[in-house]
Ligand binder design. Structure first.
Ligand SMILES: *[C@@H]1O[C@H](CO)[C@@H](O)[C@H](O)[C@H]1NC(C)=O
Ligand SMILES: *[C@@H]1O[C@H](CO)[C@@H](O)[C@H](O)[C@H]1NC(C)=O
Ligand SMILES: *[C@@H]1O[C@H](CO)[C@@H](O)[C@H](O)[C@H]1NC(C)=O
Length: 378
């Protein structure tokens, strides 16, 4: 008698033991069964492995740059025929990256997702081929997304990507990122449909300049918009950014314009939107603190600039200054002697730069100097 015949249980387990270890499998599911990650970078990916993600809440699929038109050769199932299964999925967040996706397949995916409870969809590093992307038909449901992220998605069809994906979405969208898409303007005609939008990220579009902002008249309609990010775009003058925002009458509270070359341009008169509470000017080549600052500013990130003097801004409760020359103690004294600090201030019609604040600033600086002096000579 063979040993395995004596232990039938072992026989049952054998196929399981033969499965490849999870380290070499294309898909991994975490212990709770919530997060699933698939890496299909291998030359001949085992696409079937994606079944592992069927019960996950968050699925992160890396297509390894493969062309997904292989799926078009098979007959694509009509998602409405499996709507019951789709409705039972727990899927809330789906991230698809690194693949060439034919538009008909994207259409089927969007259609299938309308039956699910998905809230967040991210499409990253994709090439959408074989346009056009058909709009939803009258019988199709809406895609009830709260967040849509499109990052470096190359669209080979006509028009822009948001205009083709937009018709699938419900107005309830809260967060939208259109990053790395080579946009040169704020896509207002499409944004108008999302009145509840509270976060808009247009970063990594180097062709968006102050002119693009000034013409973004939809900002006055997007009254729920609180977060605006324009990291690494084509902005060059903080004063003109301020003016553009002033012109659009936006209500934004947090503005991130880090990684723009904002130093060294003249400062036109301007009043920042009174709603502005947080301003990120990190990595912006600033040699001095811009003035005037938004009146109710609470958070200011000036990290990694060229400030040679520690700014005194008592009204800002959260001031981030790391990575500026003044922080390197020895070098800072020398630099201060060699180069007089530049003055960025321009009197603006809107800023009531109170004498009291100025006095406080001056006395603060004096106190600091006194403190240093006493320390050095004590
Ligand atoms: C994905 O798999 C490839 C090999 O197939 C490997 O080189 C790469 O590091 C993996 N990526 C990640 C993020 O694990
Ligand atoms: C953006 O433009 C660059 C240079 O023309 C190009 O290489 C890149 O593929 C474009 N990206 C997108 C998403 O259109
Ligand atoms: C400001 O922007 C920089 C660079 O984009 C980022 O690292 C930093 O976390 C941001 N600061 C805040 C307060 O969010």
């Amino acid at each position: 008698m063979e040993p395995w015949q004596r232990w039938p249980l072992l026989l049952l387990l054998a196929p399981l033991l033969l499965l490849p270890s999870s380290a070499s499998a294309s898909c991994e599911l975490d212990e709770e069964g919530n997060n699933c990650y698939c890496n299909f970078s291998a030359p001949n990916p085992e696409w079937d492995r994606i079944a592992m993600c069927i019960s996950s809440v968050q699925a992160d699929i890396d297509g390894g740059g493969h062309n997904l038109d292989i799926f078009l050769q098979k007959v694509i199932a009509d998602p409405s025929k499996i709507s019951d299964i789709l409705r039972s999925l727990r899927l809330k967040r789906l991230r698809l990256r690194g693949a060439q996706v034919p538009a008909p397949l994207l259409h089927q995916l969007l259609k299938a997702l309308t039956y699910t409870r998905i809230e967040e969809l991210s499409l990253v590093d994709l090439v959408i081929s074989m346009p056009p992307l058909l709009p939803p038909s009258f019988s199709d449901n809406d895609l009830r997304l709260k967040a849509l992220h499109l990052h470096r998605v190359l669209w080979t069809g006509e028009g822009n990507l948001l205009a083709t994906v937009g018709p699938w979405l419900k107005p309830g969208l809260k967060a939208l990122s259109l990053t790395g898409l080579n946009l040169s303007y704020v896509p207002c005609p499409e944004l108008d449909a999302f009145g509840e939008l509270n976060s808009l990220d247009l970063s990594d579009n180097p062709e968006i300049t102050e002119n693009g902002l000034t013409s973004a008249l939809c900002f006055s309609k997007l009254q729920a918009l609180k977060d605006l990010a324009l990291r690494n775009t084509g902005l060059q003058s903080l004063g003109r950014v301020c003016r553009a925002l002033e012109a659009t009458e936006t209500n934004v509270q947090r503005l991130d314009i880090s990684y723009n070359e904002l130093g060294g341009k003249p400062w036109p008169q301007c009043t920042w939107p009174p709603s502005l509470l947080s301003l990120n000017l990190s990595h912006a080549n600033l040699k001095c603190v811009p003035k005037p600052l938004p009146k109710k500013l609470q958070q200011l990130d000036l990290s990694y600039n060229l400030l040679r003097k520690q700014p005194q801004l008592p009204q800002v409760t959260d001031l981030i200054l790391e990575g500026n020359p003044f922080a390197y103690a020895g070098a800072s004294a020398r630099l201060q002697r060699e180069q007089p600090t530049e003055d960025c201030a321009v009197l603006s019609r809107g800023s009531k730069f109170a004498g009291a604040t100025l006095a406080f600033l001056v006395s603060g600086t004096a106190a600091l100097a006194l403190l240093r002096w006493t320390r050095e000579f004590a």
